[in-house]
Design a protein around this ligand. Structure first.
Ligand SMILES: [Zn+2]
Length: 577
């Protein structure tokens, strides 16, 4: 019997699925991590075990384990079911193979075919041996070779039974003069795998001395994106997470050489500059990302371009500059592992490199130079969230330019703080927290029934609407069931507020929850009193203008009352509304 979606969901633990891709830490009843779907510095991505759902408070992406896989791996519903089914050993009722699975299947067969072809090619094997790639690495990475002859591809198609259209859709195979040929002819083939170990594309290195270009990659396709793919991540992600550190190298052979020599917390870009997509992927395993690039000027310049991306994404970005004339491959092969270990130990924060670079570029001996220098480094210093680190850089900036630290700090004023939090006033945040607490502990409403009227004093419209609805619902039914309550809300904003707050506050214990509600109503009461007191003050000044003594006396008396209320404890007095 094949399992239904419900059967499958009942077996799945969403934490297992999500934590394969997102670094999560426990926060009360929830687990939180940095959202893989939007750029953020502080974790707003939340997984709730009890409810088996995830939700991002930043970009509002949310759902169950199936939704997560669909979004993260760019899968259709059916594909996500199949993926989960195979992970949990459940056979899910399946339609015929989807396009993505067919493409992955084709690429995997092709990888195997190239791998077999390598074993037959003396020239290709010699080439790899010269580059220090041994059989063990060849087999572990399924390295292959594409022969030059055209009939090869034809017979592969025939033998594998794969559809020509599917292979064409991967871009690896092309049509010419009515026949098929593959774009990698005459090249060593390096299969590129996704985190789940599926072949998604290939890199190809020519073995012809004069062959150009030296490297080519699979073209972009529905399963392959150069901007987010990282070579080797399927093999090294565990080690990266364990060591909480990753080194990025530029080329396949840099990676393979280091890997062979025991450096296993590494990944390679596909010969391209490091992208935001790649950093976002890596950040799911570690915040400590070090670039290991050629020590030439071009290498350093391309690394410095990442300074702002690193600070935007709150990554501890470092850099290792290799001795000039070396790449990681040649360094480890010529100088041995100790030299690599030594150089790794000398890694420097990328911002330090940037300081040196900007200092040399602008010079800090003239007024103009100092100004240009400060202007170019300041945005990166401002972006540092860690206050101690920020202070240290400000101090350095001050030492370098002779400008007092205080003035440098003043230059940053007004730009401090988290943008996301700025949009929400603290009062709104507290209001939303109370919504969550009440949704999770509706019984608390009973103990403050005398104060329900204070809800009218809430300034944030959505919070006010929700809290009045909660009160109404509880009054009518004497209970509050989240699923059905959500159904009664007409706008997405209200629904979002309810879902978000119910998750956000799941971590309170009963006592804390009660405290939060009591404090909030006390706050509302204070607010109502303050407003009343302000109104009286306005009326007083009017009455004074008019010289209406009787009115003045009345208002003063009322003001004394109100101020007295402010000092006493509202909850103990009970029933203000
Ligand atoms: Zn998000």
């Amino acid at each position: 019997m094949k399992a239904t979606v419900e059967d499958l969901l009942a077996r799945i633990n969403i934490l297992d699925i999500v934590s394969q891709h997102v670094k999560l830490r426990r926060a009360g009843k929830n687990f939180v991590g940095l959202c893989p779907f939007h750029k953020e510095k502080a974790p707003s991505f939340t997984v709730n075990l009890e409810k088996q759902i995830y939700y991002c408070f930043g970009c509002h992406e949310g759902g169950n384990a199936i939704n997560f896989l669909m979004k993260y791996e760019n899968l259709t519903f059916q594909e996500a079911l199949e993926n989960l089914g195979s992970q949990y050993g459940v056979e899910v009722a399946r339609r015929s193979g989807t396009k993505r699975t067919s493409a992955l299947d084709a690429l995997s067969k092709l990888a195997d075919y190239y791998h077999q072809a390598l074993k037959r090619s003396g020239t290709a094997q010699e080439y790899l041996a010269r580059r220090g790639i041994d059989t063990h690495i060849i087999n572990e990475f399924m390295i292959g070779f594409s022969d030059r002859t055209r009939c090869d591809m034809k017979s592969f198609l025939k033998d594998s039974g794969l559809s020509q259209d599917i292979l064409l859709s991967t871009g690896v195979i092309r049509m010419k003069d009515g026949g098929v040929y593959d774009i990698f002819r005459g090249r060593i083939i390096i299969p590129i795998l996704d985190v789940n170990g599926h072949v998604i594309g290939f890199g190809g290195r020519t073995i012809d001395k004069n062959g150009l270009p030296k490297y080519i990659n699979s073209p972009e396709s529905s399963v392959f994106s150069k901007r987010s793919a990282l070579f080797g991540i399927d093999k090294t992600r565990k080690c990266i997470a364990e060591m909480n550190q990753v080194f990025i190298v530029e080329g396949y052979f840099d990676f393979l050489s280091l890997y062979k020599h025991g450096f296993k917390n590494i990944v390679a870009t596909l010969g391209t500059a490091v992208t935001e997509g790649q950093l976002a992927r890596l950040r799911n395993y570690t915040d400590n990302i070090t670039l290991m690039l050629d020590g030439d000027e071009a290498g350093i310049k391309s690394a410095l371009r990442l300074v702002s991306l690193f600070s935007d994404m709150d990554i501890n970005g470092s850099m290792v500059a290799l001795p000039s004339g070396h790449d990681p491959d040649s360094l480890v092969r010529d100088e041995g592992t100790e030299s690599v270990t030594k150089i790794i130990g000398e890694k420097k924060a990328i911002l330090d490199y940037f300081f040196d670079y900007a200092k040399n570029k602008y010079g800090v001996n003239t007024l103009e130079g100092k100004m240009a220098f400060i202007k170019s480094v300041m945005p990166h210093v401002e972006a540092i969230r860690d206050t101690i680190k920020k202070r240290l850089y400000i101090k350095r900036l001050s030492d370098l330019t002779g400008l007092e630290e205080q003035h440098l700090w003043e230059g940053m004023k007004g730009k401090e703080g988290d943008d996301a939090l700025k949009a929400e006033t603290p009062t709104n945040i507290i209001g939303r927290r109370v919504v969550g607490v009440l949704l999770n502990n509706p019984d608390l409403l009973r103990s403050c029934s005398s104060q329900w009227g204070l809800v009218d004093y809430i300034r944030d419209q959505d919070t006010k609407t929700i809290l009045s609805r909660i009160v109404d619902c509880f009054e009518k039914r004497k209970e509050l069931a989240l699923q059905s309550f959500v159904q009664t809300l007409e706008t997405d904003a209200l629904k979002d507020l309810v879902l978000r707050s119910s998750l956000d506050t799941a971590e309170y214990d009963d006592l804390e929850a009660e405290r939060v509600v009591i404090d909030y109503f006390r706050y509302l009461e204070k607010n109502s009193i303050k407003e009343e007191s302000q109104r009286i003050t306005e009326k007083l000044s009017e009455a004074e203008k008019k010289g209406d003594n009787e009115e003045i006396m009345k208002l003063l008396e009322r003001k004394r009352e109100v101020l007295g209320l402010m000092k006493s404890n509202p909850m103990e007095r009970g029933g203000h509304a």
